[in-house]
Design a protein around this ligand. Structure first.
Ligand SMILES: *Cc1c(COP(=O)(O)O)cnc(C)c1O
Length: 217
């Protein structure tokens, strides 16, 4: 599907929800995609991208930045503490703040570097044991602690369980954000971004619908 098709679908879902399309950022998730595909999306003028790992991001985005200005890079995968510094130097946003140790490390590095990416707290809305994220019942306290560390918390992020109705999870995330006075909602992927927009998503993370299927080798 073309980038303009995705933009049209975003505009349509936003309008149906009485929202402005410009209030929904499209993060083009370029993880695992061949650089040629990513570059063609850059050539179309798109600048907001998402990567899952620091290693992959570090392997391609510094080079792309030599050619293309104003790239807005979002890290959307689990972040190890020992990769936090590199992540903060590469990315404008980290969507996976999910534990106190990582919050403390980022706070210390923010002091040292004099900068900090926008942060989203990942919430494990499905309470899946294998999935990262703070549990819904722990979210309020976690957000308060992160704010006490002066971290720039912009919103919340979730990845609904594959076999469940995503709308329930998006609604839960929106509820937690609202009671914590957070505006950002990073939710919705290729298969469900329109549902996410209906429920308030401000950042949709769309990979395969833009780039085609990921080919893992
Ligand atoms: C890979 C990934 C996406 C994009 O998934 P698609 O189904 O290809 O749109 C979105 N969010 C996260 C956290 C991902 O890891």
């Amino acid at each position: 599907m073309s980038l303009s098709d995705i933009h049209a679908r975003i505009a349509q879902s936003a309008s149906r929800a009485g929202r402005e399309a410009q209030d929904v950022a499209l993060i083009a998730v370029s993880k695992v995609q061949p650089n040629a595909r990513t570059e063609s999306v850059l050539k179309e003028g798109h600048r907001v991208f998402g990567e899952n790992t620091v290693q992959e991001a570090a392997g391609k985005w510094p080079q792309f930045r030599e050619t293309y200005n104003h790239i807005d890079l979002h890290l959307i995968g689990p972040l190890q503490t020992n990769k936090a510094r590199q992540a903060m130097q590469l990315a404008q946003a980290i969507h996976t703040l999910d534990r106190p140790k990582l919050a403390k490390t980022i706070a210390r590095l923010a002091q040292e570097l004099g900068q900090c990416p926008d942060l989203f707290v990942q919430v494990n809305t499905g309470e899946e044991p294998q999935k990262a994220g703070v549990l819904p019942r722990d979210a309020d306290a976690f957000i308060a602690d992160a704010r006490a560390l002066d971290l720039p918390i912009k919103g919340l992020m979730c990845i609904p369980p594959v076999s469940e109705e995503p709308a329930l999870h998006f609604a839960l995330l929106a509820k937690i954000a609202e009671r914590n006075d957070l505006k950002g909602l990073s939710m919705g992927m290729s298969s469900d971004f329109e549902t996410a927009i209906a429920l308030g998503a401000t950042h949709v993370r769309v990979g395969s619908a833009i780039f085609g299927d990921r080919v893992y080798e």
